[in-house]
Design a protein around this ligand. Structure first.
Ligand code: ZN
Ligand code: ZN
Length: 162
């Protein structure tokens, strides 16, 4: 048995579909030296590398046929992870893609009016009474835009709702 692991070889995922597909394929190899530490009720798994102690999370990539893939995560107490696992980069890829295609078709431009939502000091967008943030929130509530993905956001992953 080899005493070295391949953790160092894998960097953070770029948020593209291809990158997720490649990682799905690589995950079987990556898993070789990983030991399971915990499972969340939503099906995420927490792993640690027995050689270098790197933490990994396994999640399902729903838009890739629900296939599992692994990605590195920062140090975390198991109890904290159990409460809220990390966000799945594959969810971010899909979320950003849907958001982008929406914003390509719909330009949200600020108006002179204040957002109608209490305690909000932003400007409402043209042809609506809400600011961008609250307008997007209401579209998400009605299922017209995807919900922001669940999970702890962590470096270097980000997403912005414009
Ligand atoms: Zn390792
Ligand atoms: Zn607002």
């Amino acid at each position: 048995m080899s005493k070295s692991c391949t953790c160092k070889k894998y960097s953070a995922l770029k948020l593209t579909r291809d990158e997720i597909s490649i990682r799905i394929k690589d995950s079987r190899k990556i898993k070789k030296h990983l030991i399971i530490k915990s499972k969340s009720d939503k099906g995420h798994h927490l792993y640690v590398c027995e050689i270098c102690q790197q933490l990994w999370q396994l999640s399902s990539a729903w838009n890739w046929g629900g296939k599992d893939y692994l990605f590195k995560i920062p140090e975390i107490e198991i109890e904290d992870w159990n409460l809220e696992p990390f966000i799945s980069p594959a969810d971010l890829v899909i979320f950003s893609a849907s958001m982008e295609s929406y914003f390509e078709k719909n330009k949200l431009v600020d108006s002179e009016n204040d957002c109608k939502r209490e305690e909000c000091d932003k400007k409402a967008i043209l042809k609506d009474v809400l600011c961008k943030t609250h307008f997007i929130e209401s579209l998400q509530r009605f299922g017209l835009l995807p919900k922001s993905p669940d999970g702890k956001i962590f470096e270097p992953y980000t997403y912005n709702v414009k």
